[in-house]
Design a binder for this molecule. Structure first.
Ligand SMILES: Cc1cc2nc3c(=O)[nH]c(=O)nc-3n(C[C@H](O)[C@H](O)[C@H](O)COP(=O)(O)O)c2cc1C
Length: 218
């Protein structure tokens, strides 16, 4: 059991939350293989369950600087956002080297009170081109959330793959392929480490469109 105690401190946070987020991700990415995924947890309002969350891949920032992810229109997460665009997102970022002392810290980033906005069709081709082969095949042959028979699904997959490889043609973007970006009311950054009580730094969107920012107790 730790015999000392101290307070974590988020040092020199920038005035813009997206700058804060970008800096944190750059620190996390140091030493990781290029192209490694970063996941986030997305919670949506669901008719049946009240709230429903799941892990999705963070795809980056949209041209207007909002966190976005990719999905298919047949998924529940997409249907949830179509019915009610309110959402909440968390990132869990363990083992981030602290700027000040080089020690490992753990961060949580939350996008609070976010409104989801579907990405424009005009941006989807470029995103589809960057998908790897399994993602492209999944987009065509897999249902989502339905009971499935593994052998039937494998046969469907293998047939699709074989036809694709023999035809040599690119796999078309299915109509279901889409993405959503999230416009948060608040960004909440929490930093903690061993023997430390967490610090939180929060950005709150004001009615004039500017961010108010402050440390908040954990
Ligand atoms: C590491 C990881 C990454 C995932 N990325 C995505 C994603 O980017 N988009 C997506 O729709 N589902 C993704 N999933 C699947 C979702 O977690 C979820 O199972 C699926 O979307 C169905 O959820 P729903 O019923 O809430 O729609 C990912 C799962 C894991 C484990």
């Amino acid at each position: 059991m730790a015999q000392t105690s101290s307070l974590a401190k988020i040092i020199d946070p920038p005035i813009d939350p997206v700058q804060m987020f970008k800096h944190l991700l750059e620190t996390v990415d140091q030493g990781k293989p290029e192209g490694s995924f970063k996941e986030m947890n997305l919670a949506t309002i669901d008719d049946e369950f009240g709230v429903l969350n799941r892990t999705v891949v963070y795809r980056g920032l949209s041209s207007d600087n909002y966190v976005f992810y990719i999905t298919h229109r047949y998924t529940r997460n997409c249907k949830n956002l179509q019915a009610n665009p309110k959402a909440s997102i968390t990132f869990y970022l363990p083992l981030v080297k602290d700027d000040a002392d080089g020690k490992d810290t753990t961060w949580q980033v939350r996008l609070i009170g976010a409104t989801a906005v579907e990405l424009p069709e005009s941006e989807m081709d470029a995103l589809w081109d960057k998908e790897d082969l399994p993602a492209k095949i999944r987009g065509h042959v897999f249902p989502c959330g339905e009971p499935v028979d593994y052998d039937q699904l494998k046969l469907k997959h293998d047939t699709f793959l074989r036809e694709h490889l023999t035809s040599g043609k690119p796999i078309e973007r299915p109509a279901s392929y889409t993405g959503w970006k999230f416009q948060p009311q608040r960004w909440d950054f929490l930093k903690v480490g061993q023997g430390l009580i967490a610090d939180r730094f929060q950005y709150r969107l004001q009615s004039n469109g500017k961010w108010e920012s402050m440390h908040v107790s954990t």
